[in-house]
Design a binder for this molecule. Structure first.
Ligand code: ADP
Ligand code: DP6
Ligand code: CO
Length: 356
């Protein structure tokens, strides 16, 4: 009998960028399926900036599924990893049963070894779980020959990961089905839509946050009445306004909504009991600097947003980057404990460092 005895593993390597929410997701209505209490909207960064790189290998000689994150082995039995592995294998099996599988995709009986590296701080409020799980799901899909809509699987790894499956401006529609089948990400506008828009990341701390997003939002759902009000009465209107501001490339409207939504998200963290403090004194100084700068200019030229961590993400347009960077460097010279470094992260074009 002929048998394929090759020990050669089947290997794929993929990268995925982070996405930064301008209308924040905070709170789940279903913890297992990761279904949110409100829709959210984000901007996906350029592939070659803050990103995860994941290699997945399968081989008949592997005894069990395993995962390494930034060089350290992690627990593969984590329910979220298991959800992603199970769902990709289920889709792969379905495709094969339908007689539709890729010729060179890996055998379904083979175990996987996953090796994932982030090129930026992990769990510091720079959306590592988003890039990480988006990359994991995409790489697994490639190795097992699965195609099509994958944001519903990435969502089950980390909610924000579903939005990193698409480039440009992306919404995560909360959906209302109990099985979560309609809780998916959808591109609102492509990468090419707003070429003058620029993103700067001001790193105030590279440390792991004291309270992870998952447990932080759990406590907020249980204790914050501001969060309930936000999800039911504020976010639905903001989703419409934000989509419109992006469609029209109306920077003033985009910037003001972005800042207000970040502020309200951090207000819900304070309204959580016990309260959660993600912003530090550098973050607060950056917030007041942005408002002072905009006032000085007589128009809104710059916006900030902060995820669950102290690091600022700044939106501005190409023409204002040099001046604003200059202002930041003046107030946070590299020798002081201000922002540790500034990285220019254009959504779509050449990097800031090349321009300066
Ligand atoms: P962040 O603000 O960085 O998204 P979170 O608290 O949401 O922080 O999530 C951090 C967790 O996400 C990590 O502890 C880890 O479990 C998971 N994670 C981060 N990067 C990856 C990755 N590349 N692959 C798989 N899981 C990852
Ligand atoms: C503040 O997606 O990291 O960044 O679904 O529990 O993995 P889990 O949480 P996560 O939460 C992100 C929260 C946020 C806002 C956002 O990205 O929308
Ligand atoms: Co996260």
């Amino acid at each position: 009998m002929l048998e394929d005895r090759t020990e050669q593993p089947h290997i794929v390597t993929c990268t995925a960028p982070v996405n930064i929410a301008v209308i924040k997701y905070w709170g789940k209505r279903n913890e297992d399926l990761i279904l949110p209490i409100n829709s959210s909207l984000s901007v996906t960064l350029h592939q070659d900036q803050l990103k995860t790189t994941t290699t997945v290998a399968t081989s008949r000689s592997f005894q069990e599924d395993r995962i390494w994150l930034n060089g350290k082995e992690e627990d593969i039995t984590h329910p979220r990893l298991q959800s992603c592995l199970r769902e990709i294998r289920r889709l792969a099996r379905k495709r094969r049963n339908d007689g539709d599988s890729g010729v060179d995709s890996a055998s379904l009986s083979h175990k996987v070894h996953i090796c994932s590296v982030n090129n930026f701080p992990t769990a510091a409020g720079l959306a590592s779980s988003a890039a990480g799980f988006a990359c994991l799901v995409y790489s697994l899909a490639r190795v097992f020959g699965v195609e099509g809509e994958l944001s519903g699987i990435a969502r089950q790894g980390s909610g924000s990961a579903c939005r990193s499956m698409y480039g440009g401006f992306v919404q995560w529609i909360m959906g209302n089905k109990e099985d979560g089948k309609d809780s998916l990400a959808q591109q609102v506008e492509p990468e090419t839509h707003w070429p003058e828009l620029r993103i700067l990341v001001l790193v105030a701390s590279t440390e792991r946050k004291p309270v992870g997003s998952t447990s932080g939002m759990q406590t907020s759902v249980k204790t914050s009445c501001l969060l309930k009000h936000r999800a039911e009465s504020v976010v639905p209107g903001r989703m419409v306004e934000m989509t419109e501001a992006i469609r029209k490339k109306d920077f003033t409207a985009f910037a003001e909504l972005t800042m207000k939504d970040s502020n309200q998200f951090h207000a819900t963290c304070l309204d959580t009991y016990p309260p959660i403090f993600y912003l530090n004194h550098v973050s607060q100084q950056i917030i007041s600097l942005v408002h002072r700068y905009n006032k000085h200019c007589g128009e809104t030229r710059v916006a900030y947003t902060f995820d669950a961590g102290p690091n600022a993400v700044i939106f501005t347009s190409q023409q204002h980057v040099p001046e604003f960077v200059h202002v930041v460097q003046h107030f946070f010279p590299p020798e002081t404990n201000g922002a540790d470094f500034i990285k220019g992260l254009p959504v779509n074009c050449a990097s800031l460092s090349e321009e300066l």
